[in-house]
Unconditional design. Structure first.
Length: 250
């Protein structure tokens, strides 16, 4: 997969405004709460899931004070005890497959509201398994390559760290791992001096749908945006290849 960076055209990028950063930090805070609950410890050294979430938080430039506050809150008052993780699947405009990962304390509310968003913005929500067979769960680590490291060197570095595959773009490289190897590969890359843009497990499409019609592109972007902006949403994955959005001048 070298020579291009397909993930950058699939991954949903949004402006990092203060409001957007706040939403990202809130989502990570929920993940921390669940990780403390599921892992049974507030110590990342012994709770591997919490260690992964803390690494994700750092890649998202979440301040250490915020991270520590979230961990202490989860450990102190049991925050996250009522949270449930659930995925919703369906199709959007232009036959694009969508998976919405949600963390909620009210499954009935979330199911109803996500279904409403699918319907309102030209999609249709289906049963579990409706589109997930089109995706594979992988560890996904995006490395900053703004210094323009040699492609072969980057590939060898990632593969030596235990990665399955690598996509090298102009300013970043995306490393794919088996989900069970994610922590090891991320740690190895960190020790090698890599700077992460993002590091998380996610759903990678086996096949993609290229959307070029301007009206369809706008509809697909819109449904992804509204699903991503829904308060309970943690992640939205899709299999659309969309044209690069032009950056607007301030």
């Amino acid at each position: 997969m070298s020579g291009h960076n397909k993930w950058s055209t699939i991954k949903h990028k949004k402006e990092k405004t203060d409001a957007q950063r706040g939403k990202i930090f809130t989502k990570i805070g929920r993940e921390i709460a669940i990780a403390v609950r599921e892992g049974g410890s507030a110590d990342p050294a012994v709770n591997s899931r919490l260690k992964d979430v803390v690494a994700k938080a750092k890649a998202a430039n979440m301040p250490n004070d915020n991270i520590m506050r979230s961990i202490k809150k989860a450990a102190g008052d049991g925050e996250g005890a009522n949270f449930k993780e659930v995925s919703y699947e369906g199709y959007g405009p232009a036959g694009v497959a969508l998976i919405v990962e949600v963390v909620t304390d009210n499954l009935n509310r979330s199911s109803s509201e996500v279904r409403h968003l699918f319907d309102k913005y030209g999609g249709s929500m289906g049963a579990n398994g409706n589109v997930s067979w089109m995706f594979e769960r992988k560890g996904i680590i995006e490395i900053d390559n703004s210094k323009g490291l040699d492609e072969d060197e980057l590939m060898m570095l990632a593969l030596d760290a235990g990665a399955e595959d690598v996509e090298v773009g102009e300013e970043s490289a995306v490393v794919y791992t088996d989900p069970s190897d994610f922590t090891m590969v991320r740690d190895n890359l960190e020790k090698a001096g890599c700077t992460f843009i993002s590091a998380d497990r996610g759903m990678v499409p086996k096949n993609t749908v290229e959307v070029t019609d301007p009206e369809a592109v706008e509809k697909v972007r819109r449904i992804i945006d509204v699903l991503d902006d829904y308060d309970d949403t943690q992640n939205v994955f899709h299999n659309a290849i969309l044209p690069e959005e032009e950056e607007e001048d301030d």
